[in-house]
Design a binder for this molecule. Structure first.
Ligand code: ZN
Length: 219
């Protein structure tokens, strides 16, 4: 109880929280699921550089649950994101909804080694989600496509997706499901570009298309 009180007082004073806690895992590309689950709890003063986002000096975003904030927009599931971005994410989601977007699933803060090179069948790096700086929206309608062959500069065409393999989530069908699909000029991508300057995973220039994903650089 005293510790809760101390945390609340610290937050009210703008001081860092007393502790840093998070649950993490490693993505196995062989098993195609999260493995090596681990719970971390430490004094906040012991947070390492690896546990801070690359933009930490300006955002203060870390892997700690204590640095996340809940965003809840009417008609959408609630989501946890880095406190620094919470007000803007709220604004962007509200703007997208007002423009006709329908959000049924929302994943923000999620700590796990889900990116980077594969070593011994496992991913090695943390992405923006680990710091609460990314959103996955309507994954059932906006899949993650991999092994895309790039022979055009168009970053996100149906023809190009036809040369990829869908690895997670559902098939992208913006023609028949505009309200739930992320598209380059659609309500969701446009709102996050305008309000936060964020990029869409469909704009990636490598061999993957993460169509559910929004983050500071689209990766
Ligand atoms: Zn994502």
């Amino acid at each position: 109880m005293l510790q809760v009180l101390a945390t609340l007082v610290a937050l009210a004073l703008g001081a860092p929280p007393a502790t840093c806690t998070y649950d993490t895992w490693t993505w196995s590309v062989v098993a195609r699921r999260a493995v090596a689950h681990r719970h971390v709890s430490k004094p906040y003063a012991a947070v390492t550089a690896a546990e801070r986002a690359t933009d930490w000096p300006t955002t203060g975003c870390t892997m700690c649950q204590e640095d996340q904030e809940r965003v809840a927009v009417a008609g959408m599931p609630a989501v946890r994101v880095c406190r620094h971005f919470a007000p803007q994410i709220q604004t962007a989601l509200e703007a997208a909804a007002a423009a006709g977007a329908r959000v049924e699933t929302l994943v923000g803060y999620r700590v796990g080694r889900a990116g980077g090179p594969v070593v011994h069948g496992k991913r090695t790096q943390y992405g923006w989600h680990a710091f609460g700086e990314a959103l996955d929206i309507n994954s059932a309608q906006n899949g993650l496509y991999a092994h895309c062959r790039r022979d055009t500069d168009a970053p996100h065409t149906r023809a190009e997706l036809g040369r990829c393999r869908r690895r997670l989530g559902g098939t992208w069908q913006p023609e028949t499901d505009a309200a739930r699909s992320l598209t380059p000029d659609g309500a969701l991508v446009a709102a996050f570009r305008r309000v936060l300057g964020w990029h869409w995973g469909g704009e990636r220039r490598d061999t993957m298309k993460d169509l559910m994903h929004l983050s500071p650089d689209g990766y």
